[in-house]
Design a protein around this ligand. Structure first.
Ligand code: AMP
Length: 361
């Protein structure tokens, strides 16, 4: 199967080539025809499967046919990083169209966002809080929205955004196409989906197990030996980009400082940093200025950097979903990756849970 066979406008097919996509990923093969038909879709898909293009290509295809000037597609995402990333993908895939996209999130000035909104956009990618803020100020007219996407719905729930999401829903026209994506389906997401989607088609890629192109290694260790183990691993293993997860913001900062003292090109990404500093860390990691990024779960949610050879759980994640999510940062779009987890004695029950999902010890 290739992109020419999906009934997409040739300008969109050309954009996939420019983006370096040779063939559709499984979720794209499944979802694109359904979204083109105008169906509501419930997508159970983890990150790294190509899900952004799976919804964005058919949305662009639809919007190309209509009028310009008013927001017609609204994508709601849980984090600034994810919103920014979806917006970037939209600009790339829509580069040969006249459609305009903007990202709306908090932590940056509202002023520039208002300017862009006033000039006119057809696609808005937003986090819930700032979107509501602009709606309250009368900066956004959502009366022309034809397509709604709720992305990473499970994380919106985790982060307490569902009431905000429901408020946003009430401001949208009833007649619209709805797409909801989530890596997991807890009861709360199921009820949200029931309320939002009409006769949805179901698209499911894998289960909530980590992508199969990743190999998993476990290192039993004591807390006091973790940093020595990490330093010697970084010394001995040929690595490309390395993403390291810690449990707390403080541990992320301290570990990054320690690695830096040992001569590594490293930066930290954690929730206490201002938006500009976060973006600088992500950009520096993307363009190779930093080879190592030490991050907390929330900060790293949704970051999309290719060429991550190793994800290292310096601290064990709290849930299997968090494990899946962290590991999804490597092995993206079917590249190979390695996942390394440092486990102390107390982590044993979590190790068992992860093993159960992986289906192997
Ligand atoms: P996503 O799951 O949307 O975050 O996408 C994960 C990564 O896969 C992103 O870096 C995309 O640019 C990339 N990607 C998406 N679709 C394809 C494709 N058909 N072929 C190769 N890479 C892709």
């Amino acid at each position: 199967m290739n992109f020419d066979q999906l009934s997409l406008d040739p300008r969109l097919v050309a954009a996939t080539k420019t983006a370096g996509y040779t063939e559709p990923t499984p979720i794209q093969e499944q979802a694109i025809p359904l979204v083109l038909e105008g169906r509501d879709v419930l997508g159970l898909a983890q990150t790294g499967t190509g899900k952004t293009a799976a919804f964005m290509l058919p949305i662009l295809n639809r919007l190309m046919k209509g009028k310009l000037g008013k927001p017609r597609a609204l994508i709601v995402a849980p984090t600034r990083e994810l919103a920014e990333q979806i917006h970037q993908a939209t600009m790339q895939l829509g580069s040969q169209t006249r459609l305009r996209s903007t990202a709306i999130y908090g932590g940056v000035s509202k002023f520039n966002q208002v300017k862009v909104l006033r000039r006119g956009v057809e696609i808005i990618v937003a986090t819930p809080g700032r979107l509501l803020d602009h709606m309250g100020d009368g900066n956004i007219d959502l009366s022309g929205v034809e397509v709604l996407v709720l992305d990473e719905a499970d994380h919106m729930f985790d982060m307490g955004f569902l009431p905000d999401v429901r408020r946003i829903l009430r401001a949208l026209p009833d007649e619209r196409q709805n797409l909801l994506f989530s890596a997991t389906m807890p009861q709360e997401i199921r009820s949200l989906a029931d309320g939002v989607l009409r006769d949805p088609a179901h698209v499911q890629i894998g289960t909530s197990a980590p992508v199969e192109t990743v190999s998993h290694a476990l290192y039993p260790v004591t807390e006091s030996l973790k940093s020595d183990l990490l330093l010697s691993m970084l010394h001995q293993t040929p690595t490309h980009r390395v993403l390291i997860f810690t449990r707390t913001k403080r541990r992320a900062r301290d570990l990054a400082e320690k690695l830096e003292r040992h001569g590594h090109n490293v930066t930290a990404l954690q929730g206490n940093m201002a938006q500009a500093a976060r973006q600088k860390a992500i950009t520096g990691f993307k363009n190779g200025e930093y080879k190592i990024l030490v991050a907390t779960d929330i900060a790293a949610r949704g970051i999309d950097v290719t060429g991550i050879s190793h994800v290292i759980n310096y601290d064990m994640p709290d849930t299997v979903d968090a494990y899946t999510h962290r590991i999804g940062r490597t092995g993206r779009a079917e590249a190979l990756g390695e996942a390394v987890t440092f486990a102390v004695q107390d982590d044993e029950p979590m190790v068992r849970d992860v093993e159960r999902v992986l289906g192997k010890p």
